[in-house]
Design a binder for this molecule. Structure first.
Ligand code: IMP
Length: 429
């Protein structure tokens, strides 16, 4: 069964977009299973830079069907802009499909995202302000409007009138101006007309592809520790980035998932608030940020940078039942000197086995480190595992040993070609 999940193994931004582009070309179907335009996937290929927020990066391959899965929340305006931009950059794109069960993000979601953040005062989550949390809140509250309803004008009108009346009461409660029904509805009706040709029951599409033995890639967004249940709650997103989310957000059952590759950086970053045990609040952190150009694709915010946290990565390997790791951005650590990796945690002086589930305990964690040799060589010309300096190979072996997970792929630069496949057997099986 050639099915593969690509999951972010840390706090997001692990360079999944590049891996989905590299492997998407080998897949018949690429289905993204979570999140919305809070994600930003960058793909650099053929001298061009593509930026995706909603469309699966697999769309760059003409024979691939790229699906926006049922676990996603979709901003129609953002999606149409992204589609137009990508079409203007490349004429022979794959086919786009949108799940009729994906939820629609409306302006009141974005307004409420900002108002809720303000109300949190000092305990801000640091959201991307794209209305993602409020859109998922509506899904859970069963007031959300799904794509299938959105593209049927009579149903959309009735549902939108009913939901907007409720949302306006909320907006007024926050002291904000209510939204007028007619202009908002008219604007969104036009978006719906344009999106209608792409909308269908994609659960069946994915199930049929699996049954036919086609290669199906499940594209994750964000990362494991931003997962609503398994992440560093409440500093998380509102969906399920973990590998299990691939089933929830696409309509394919767990026995139909074969391999799971966890993408991790050779160090750690996170954006937004929340504890981060290996954070480097010094010139090494600043240097990693500059060398790696660690600034958010969606918000432009500087990312918080730190050493590789193997305690968190080992837990992530188990949470996601990883078959293998994809270690990215090794090139960024060039010339940093000796490298530290966290191999233990202590809370109040006592050793703890893994990431405490309670975020307030996580905030008290003192990470313990091992030091490994760094490298000064430029890794970007390397094309085979054997081309990598021995210090890099040792760094990778240390990760494998600690996490009990083999390294399947190594990425040593942003370009498609700057990728070394170490274990092809761990990709499609
Ligand atoms: P939201 O998803 O906009 O609600 O933001 C919730 C948290 O998840 C914030 O800390 C964001 O910075 C973080 N977040 C959301 N999307 C991403 C992503 O694609 N990469 C990294 N962090 C993200």
């Amino acid at each position: 069964m050639p099915t593969l999940v690509i999951v972010g193994a840390q706090w997001g931004d692990e360079a999944k977009g590049k891996m989905i582009d590299v492997l998407g070309g080998q897949a018949n179907l690429v289905v993204r299973y979570a999140g919305g335009n809070n994600a930003g996937h960058t793909v650099i290929t053929g001298g061009k830079t593509y930026k995706f927020q909603l469309i699966p990066a697999g769309i760059l391959h003409p024979n691939t069907v790229a699906v926006i899965g049922s676990g996603m929340v979709v901003c129609p305006e953002g999606l149409l802009d992204e589609l137009e931009r990508t079409q203007s950059q490349k004429s022979d794109l794959g086919t786009l499909k949108i799940s009729s069960a994906a939820h629609v993000v409306f302006p009141y979601h974005r307004m409420l995202d900002a108002l809720e953040e303000e109300a949190r005062g000092e305990n801000k989550i640091g959201t991307t302000s794209r209305g993602i949390g409020p859109a998922y809140q509506d899904k859970v509250a069963r007031t959300g409007i799904r794509m299938g309803e959105f593209v049927e004008p009579a149903i959309f009108e009735r549902r939108f009138a009913e939901v907007l009346a409720y949302k306006n009461r909320l907006l007024e409660m926050f002291g904000s101006k209510p939204l007028e029904f007619a202009p908002t509805f008219e604007r969104y009706l036009k978006y719906a007309e344009r999106l209608k040709p792409f909308v269908e029951d994609t659960e069946i599409l994915a199930q049929d592809a699996v049954a036919a033995g086609h290669r199906v890639l499940f594209e994750g967004a964000q990362g494991t520790y931003l997962d609503l249940d398994s992440g560093t709650y409440p500093y998380v997103t509102s969906s399920h980035p973990v590998a299990g989310g691939a089933c929830l957000g696409t309509g394919v059952g767990p026995r139909d998932i074969n391999n799971v590759l966890g993408v991790c950086k050779a160090y750690t970053t996170r954006v937004g608030s929340g504890p981060f045990p290996t954070e480097l609040d010094d010139e090494i952190g600043a240097r990693i940020r500059e060398q790696g150009q660690e600034y958010g694709t969606v918000t432009g915010r500087g990312r918080r940078c730190g050493w590789l946290d193997l305690v968190a990565l080992r837990h992530s390997a188990r949470l996601n039942s990883l078959s293998g790791l994809v270690v990215t951005r090794l090139d960024v650590l060039q010339g940093i000197g000796r490298l530290k990796v966290a191999t233990g945690y202590r809370v109040d002086g006592n050793p703890v086995r893994t990431l405490p589930a309670n975020v307030w305990d996580l905030a008290k964690v003192q990470a313990e480190y091992e030091e490994l040799e760094g490298w000064d060589e430029d890794l970007r010309p390397c094309r085979k595992f054997e081309d990598l300096p021995s210090s890099v190979r040792h760094y990778l072996a240390f990760i494998e040993e600690y996490t009990k997970t083999p390294v399947a792929i190594v990425s040593i630069g942003p370009d498609r070609d700057e990728t070394i496949i170490v274990r092809p057997d761990l990709i499609w099986g």
